[in-house]
Every structure is written in structure tokens, then in C-alpha cells.
Design a protein. Structure first.
Length: 324
């Protein structure tokens, strides 16, 4: 039951991550404005903002939504300076004196931590000090987060935004074509014994050998290759900072590699029965797709039940097909 509730909550959050068109438009407007001033491409600013948003959703008790449209979080002490005696200081001069990161971005003479423009410009101002090239930006991200995972995620998000040129990249597809012969049920959390006792961190979708396996999201291929448990497996990272894990494949689309950008419904491989042994092991169980989802909390990732999301994506895709 806990896994089901976690999966339902995660799907609701994933839906919330896709704001309405006016919110997307306002965010893009802010990115473009700050990009003109700092020469940092809008898609890199968008990537930082989206990464921050995913961290707030993963740790809501310790991070608050400060701006109306911008998701960047910064502590009071980081904003005004650790040694600043006034944690509510809004004076750009005194904040600068105490080495705070807060900057006046909209020209009103105040650096306000809850102001969208000030928030975005303050972070961009930090990155701007390292240069405007991609490697310079990555160094700036590392200096800001001191976390290699953050650097990787933000580079991945920026790649997605740059490729598609828009912010609304939250559509989903069912992992196998709706209308083909398949079956599945909630199996998250059940026990597995091969390789030692462990829980099942996903949902098994049983289908015929060779049925196409599709990306459920807009994302970046993060992992591709053999795993003793999952056989030929694939991992895709999306803009919600979810890692989509596909296992037991019979093969991959040969045009795809680690770093490739994919979109919902794009074929990435085919159903198989690989795994539970050395590379190439097949047939130790009926052909099926093991589909799992993991959430990044910044330093660790944890699995949650994908079954509620799968059911919702399946229903949505059936509705889209009926409308055609």
C-alpha cells in the first residue's frame, strides 16, 4: 500500500511540474531577459531553475517555494551573507559587503529573496563570473552546488531544452504500444531471490518477444548496456529528475547511445528475456519489460511504485488514439 501511495503522489507531482501555458510563458520571458544581460543561454538558466524545482519537490520540508514563477531556492544566510547580522537585509550594497549572493535584478534598488527576477539574476550572476561557454558554466554549477550529480542533471536538462526549444516537455507515453497484446499488474515491493533477497523495484509488463519498447518521456539516455539482474537495460532521465529504468530487453535501437535525446513514444528497444547471468544470458523467465522509476533527492535515489503512473499514461494514450 505504501508503494502505491508513493506512486500516486509522485504522479500527481509530475503533473504539477507542468504548469499552465501562461506560467511557461512567464518563465521563458524571465529566462530570456536574464540571458540578454548575462549572455548565459536561456536553456541553461531554465535547466538550473528546473533542477531547483525538482529538489524542492523532493525535500519540501527544508525548501520553500520563494518566487511565483522561478523555482530557485536560497537560504537567508546565503542570500545576505553568513556574517550579516540582518537576515532580512535587502540592500545590495551591504549584501555585497557580507559576500551574500543576493543581487538587485529588476533595478528597484532592493535585492529581494522572494522576487523572481532578483532570484534568477542572483544565481546567473554567480555563473557569469566563470564565463559563458558550456564548460565554464559547468564549473560555475560545480562551485555553486559542490555536487557532481547536480552538474550532470543540469547539463542534461539544458540539452533537452536546447533540443526542443520549449519548456513544456512533460507529455508521457505508455512503455509498449497501446493496442498490442500485453498485461501487467502492481508488483512493486514483492520479494525477489535471484542474487540475494531484495524487493521488486518496478512493474513487469508481459508481452511477446520483440514488441517495441518506447520512451515514456522526454529525456536523456543516461545508461545503456548489460546488468546481471536486468540484462540488456536502458536508463532515461527526465525533467522531473526521474530515472526511468527499462530491463530484460532483447536489443536496442542502434541509433541510440548514452547522451541521446528521446521523446515520448520513441522506440528505444524491444521486449526480451535477458538477464540473471553473464552478458547474453536469455530465457530464464518469460519475455517481459521490467519498468522502474527512481527519484533523485540530490545525493541518493529511491524507487517508487510506477504502477499508478502506468495506468494513467495508458488511459491518456487510449483517449488520444480515440480522438484521432
Amino acid at each position: 500500500m505504501a508503494g502505491l501511495l508513493q506512486g500516486t503522489a509522485a504522479y500527481a507531482e509530475a503533473k504539477d511540474t507542468a504548469p499552465k501555458d501562461d506560467a511557461f510563458a512567464k518563465r521563458r520571458e524571465l529566462y530570456d531577459e536574464i540571458s540578454i544581460v548575462t549572455r548565459i543561454p536561456w536553456y541553461r538558466l531554465a535547466a538550473v531553475d528546473q533542477y531547483e524545482r525538482t529538489m524542492t519537490r523532493a525535500r519540501p520540508k527544508t525548501r520553500a517555494q520563494l518566487g511565483q514563477f522561478i523555482g530557485i531556492f536560497m537560504t537567508e544566510s546565503a542570500w545576505v551573507g553568513v556574517l550579516n547580522p540582518d537576515m532580512s537585509d535587502e540592500s545590495p550594497g551591504s549584501i555585497r559587503w557580507f559576500s551574500g549572493l543576493g543581487v538587485d535584478g529588476d533595478g528597484d534598488g532592493r535585492a529581494i529573496r522572494t522576487n523572481d527576477t532578483d532570484l534568477l539574476y542572483s544565481v546567473a550572476n554567480h555563473f557569469m563570473q566563470f564565463g559563458t561557454e558550456e564548460d565554464d558554466f559547468s564549473i560555475g554549477v560545480w562551485q555553486y552546488y559542490h555536487n557532481t550529480r547536480a552538474v550532470q542533471r543540469i547539463r542534461q536538462f539544458a540539452r533537452l531544452y536546447e533540443t526542443y526549444g520549449k519548456l513544456d516537455l512533460f507529455e508521457h507515453a505508455f512503455p509498449v504500444p497501446v493496442g498490442t497484446n500485453y498485461s501487467y499488474k502492481g508488483t512493486w515491493g514483492t520479494r525477489r531471490s535471484w542474487g540475494g533477497y531484495r524487493i521488486h523495484e518496478g512493474t513487469d509488463i508481459f508481452a511477446n518477444h520483440g514488441v517495441p519498447v518506447r520512451s515514456t518521456c522526454y529525456g536523456i539516455i543516461e545508461v545503456k548496456g548489460w546488468n546481471p539482474y536486468g540484462g540488456w537495460r536502458l536508463g532515461i532521465r527526465d525533467l522531473n529528475n526521474y530515472y526511468h529504468y527499462y530491463a530484460h530487453l532483447s536489443g536496442y535501437d542502434k541509433t541510440l547511445a548514452v547522451g541521446s535525446v528521446v521523446k515520448p513514444g520513441q522506440v528505444v528497444g524491444w521486449v526480451g528475456s535477458s538477464g540473471y547471468g553473464k552478458p547474453g544470458t536469455q530465457g530464464k523467465f518469460p519475455p517481459h519489460l521490467h519498468y522502474g522509476v527512481y527519484r533523485d533527492r540530490g545525493l541518493v535515489e529511491w524507487s517508487f511504485d510506477p504502477y499508478p503512473m502506468l495506468r494513467q499514461w495508458e488511459r491518456e494514450e487510449r483517449r488520444r488514439l480515440r480522438r484521432k
